[in-house]
Design a protein around this ligand. Structure first.
Ligand SMILES: *Cc1c(COP(=O)(O)O)cnc(C)c1O
Length: 235
């Protein structure tokens, strides 16, 4: 049975190999361990293997897990990233309990997070979620609206806009995966050319397609099943 430790080593080797073929330094690529559906013990096991940044999709599940982790391992310093869909009545608890939010796709949500970020905390790190498929059902702002919303978010006082996040359509070939990631990278570069935006984070790439994302310039991959195993629930 592979353990979280050996899975983490395998994922890091994949990152290293992809970085090498992209002629990039592995230091440019952060690994976010997506622990949704896995318990506090799994998080602690990953932390003991050297992983400290964790991504969660569901607020209540995440808060329960944080409490348990603190109870079992009081000294452990972890960095929590919220990557799930955000309802406006959940923003206060997100602003109070996370260091990063990757899934901001409306100005109203960003305004609430800024207002509700405790004043004695460092600014909340934000990625704007973009949707390149332009499908109505998907979350994320369209490419055409991204610039305006990015500027508006960057102007909010308690937030720090770090970059973009994307969850592309599932594609089966590396080439197809790369096409979508390339479009997001192009938008990221365009935004970063603006004097009012200083972005350093491109959050894209998951267990099935991290190689494509690295080849196209991602700086943060969000990896769940390749580290923790198959999830019991879908999403
Ligand atoms: C679940 C999830 C991931 C991780 O997906 P895997 O395929 O298990 O690596 C990454 N990003 C988001 C937004 C997710 O919801």
């Amino acid at each position: 049975m592979p353990t979280i430790l050996t899975n983490l080593q395998t994922v890091k080797q994949r990152i290293q190999r992809a970085a090498q073929s992209a002629d990039r330094s592995v230091d440019e690529i952060r690994l976010l361990a997506v622990s949704k559906s896995f318990n506090a013990h799994a998080v602690i096991e990953a932390a003991e293997a050297g992983q400290y940044a964790f991504g969660e999709n569901y607020l209540q599940e995440a808060l329960d897990k944080m409490t348990k982790v603190r109870h079992i391992s009081p000294g452990l310093m972890l960095e929590w990233h919220f990557i799930g869909q955000i309802q406006s009545n959940k923003t206060r608890l997100i602003a109070q309990n996370f260091s990063w939010v990757h899934s901001v796709d409306r100005l109203k949500i960003a305004e609430r997070l800024s207002e509700q970020r405790p004043p004695d905390f460092p600014p909340l790190n934000i990625c704007l979620q973009v949707n390149i498929s332009e499908e109505e059902t998907k979350s994320g702002v369209s490419l055409t609206r991204a610039t305006k919303i990015a500027q508006q978010i960057a102007a909010l006082p308690r937030l720090r806009l770090r970059g973009l996040m994307a969850i592309p359509e599932q594609e089966s070939t590396l080439e197809q995966q790369r096409i979508q990631y390339r479009q997001i990278k192009a938008l990221y570069d365009r935004l970063n050319d603006r004097p009012d935006l200083m972005l350093d984070t491109l959050s894209m790439g998951m267990s099935a397609d991290l190689e494509a994302a690295i080849l196209e310039g991602t700086t943060l991959v969000r990896i769940g099943s390749a580290i923790f195993g198959k999830r019991k629930y879908v999403s």
